[in-house]
Ligand binder design. Structure first.
Ligand SMILES: [Zn+2]
Length: 241
């Protein structure tokens, strides 16, 4: 009697395992398509509201080459199409949207003194996407059940997707929370070193900001201060990695 039962139990367990894997895979792919949709909506919104800058060809190529080196060592490079867009704004800032849309202000490009400094900031932004910080916050705010409903009726959900895009943009201004920022710093340093840059460069960048602001709020760096943990603490943590 025992043997036939065992014969049944094992295939059943195997079936359950396989189906839970496909089930998870199914939801992962739905979530990925939603992330791309939200990111694209938010990207359109940003590029309508801000002036997109076309740099002179050699500068553009140099910037995109730095960016590609970093994307190539990131973990989600196969499932996402990372893009980098320069926007006109004199403040020193960069930000990322779900789906891999990274933006950098002209003010940051002017402030950076080397390719490595730019790489350090871009690596931090890529890390936010790679670690899904934006999507996790959106899931937390709206609940996965609601997001799944949206995916299933995607064609009629344009308006709702637009609203979620607005949340994604808002998050880039509010930040993803202290822990997510430290995680993006850690992964950022990992990506930049894997891509052949020196972590000293990103430390130089933060130390210069600290020097110029004395750690106090300054309109030119306001965004970086409001969305990120204290600069001195970040420097300390990056040095300790
Ligand atoms: Zn950040």
């Amino acid at each position: 009697m025992r043997k036939p039962l065992r014969c049944l139990v094992f295939p059943l367990i195997a079936l359950l395992l396989v189906s839970s894997i496909t089930y998870a895979g199914f939801f992962d792919s739905l979530e990925l398509s939603l992330e791309k949709e939200i990111g694209h909506n938010a990207y359109e919104e940003i590029t309508t509201g801000m002036k997109v800058v076309k740099l002179p060809a050699t500068e553009e190529e140099r910037l995109q080459a730095i960016f590609r080196r970093l994307v190539n060592v990131s973990e989600r490079k196969k499932e996402l199409q990372y893009t980098l867009t320069v926007v006109e704004d004199n403040t020193v800032n960069a930000f990322a949207l779900p789906g891999g849309y990274i933006f950098v202000h002209t003010g940051l490009l002017a402030f950076a003194e080397s390719d490595g400094e730019i790489a350090g900031v871009l690596a931090h932004e890529i890390a936010h996407v790679d670690r899904k910080h934006g999507m996790s916050q959106i899931k937390r705010q709206l609940g996965m059940a609601f997001l799944l409903q949206l995916i299933l009726k995607k064609s009629e959900a344009k308006e709702e997707l637009g609203k979620i895009g607005a949340i994604a943009i808002n998050l880039t201004q509010l930040g993803y929370g202290r822990e997510a920022e430290y995680e993006a710093d850690r992964y950022g340093v990992y990506f930049m070193e894997k891509a052949g840059f020196d972590r000293k460069e990103v430390l130089n960048f933060w130390e210069r900001i600290l020097e110029q602001t004395g750690g106090k709020e300054n309109p030119a760096f306001l965004q970086l201060f409001s969305t990120h943990p204290p600069t001195s603490e970040r420097i300390k943590r990056i040095k300790a990695l």
